[in-house]
Design a protein around this ligand. Structure first.
Ligand SMILES: C[S@@+](CC[C@H](N)C(=O)[O-])C[C@H]1O[C@@H](n2cnc3c(N)ncnc32)[C@H](O)[C@@H]1O
Length: 242
């Protein structure tokens, strides 16, 4: 059902025939997208924390989870990790046993294999679980999340993971110091987040804008997006609803 494609940074991704979308931005590259839109902003923000609870929405090919581990090992970070990741498609997880991952993951193959076989991995420094099922239900039972990688397919085809009601449940699952990272920049998506309580910020990487969100306003060197002003300039724009 899914077709493997090489992206511009040399790493592989899939095209989903079900959603009619690529799992990653082909021009930016799968590894680069994960590293620079999600992992680097999240770990720069939380650089002093000794333990982190991460929600990876959704597991897909697992890049965001695997690049997180790669980044921690490469930078010798002393941080204990818990990663929680829902994924609807069990066949996709099973198929990852033949997926060609980047060579950067060679030393974490034991973790990848355990996740594919048992949907879990645990050692003294990390606990990772893949929940096979709907993220909408799964997030209702989570608490104290410090990082959210919000990486569903786009709202055109995967709307249930971009609505106001979804972000309201997500907000409850998050700690006060949460950072949410996402490639999405559309005003309706940002309004869904904002109306659920998140403050919206914007970064630019590889000439492309992407969004960060927090529970509170931040004193950081990233552009703040005033959603009240934005909506007053675009009165047709609406948050997405279930
Ligand atoms: C863009 S892909 C995720 C890419 C992933 N972060 C990666 O690095 O490979 C979106 C994933 O969300 C899954 N998905 C879509 N809707 C879902 C839902 N309601 N609950 C759980 N998983 C869902 C899809 O099956 C797909 O694997």
């Amino acid at each position: 059902m899914n077709e493997m494609i090489k992206t511009n940074d040399g790493t592989n991704t899939l095209f989903s025939h079900k959603y009619q979308q690529y799992f990653h931005d082909i021009k930016v590259g799968a590894m680069n997208e994960s590293l620079y839109k999600h992992i680097v902003p999240a770990f720069s923000f939380h650089k002093n924390k000794k333990s982190l609870r991460i929600l990876d929405i959704c597991f897909g090919l697992g890049y965001n989870t695997f690049v997180t581990i790669y980044y921690i090992l490469k930078n010798k970070l002393k941080v204990k990790l818990e990663i929680y990741s829902p994924e609807l498609d069990k066949d996709l997880i099973d198929s990852l046993s033949t997926f060609k991952f980047p060579k950067e993951f060679d030393n974490i193959l034991h973790i990848i294999n355990s996740l594919i076989k048992t949907n879990k991995f645990e050692d003294e420094n990390m606990y990772i679980e893949i929940f096979i099922g709907n993220a909408r239900e799964y997030i209702k039972d989570l608490k104290n999340i410090n990082i959210v990688y919000q990486d569903a397919f786009s709202s055109l085809v995967n709307k249930e993971l971009w609505t106001y009601e979804y972000f309201k449940d997500l907000y409850k699952a998050c700690d006060n110091d949460v950072i949410l990272t996402t490639y999405a920049i559309a005003t309706p998506v940002r309004l869904s987040m904002y109306k659920a309580g998140f403050e919206i910020y914007e970064m630019k990487t590889f000439y492309k804008k992407h969004t960060l969100a927090f529970k509170n306003k931040q004193n950081i060197n990233v552009k703040y997006i005033d959603m009240i002003l934005k909506q007053s300039r675009n009165i047709q724009a609406r948050a997405l609803l279930d």
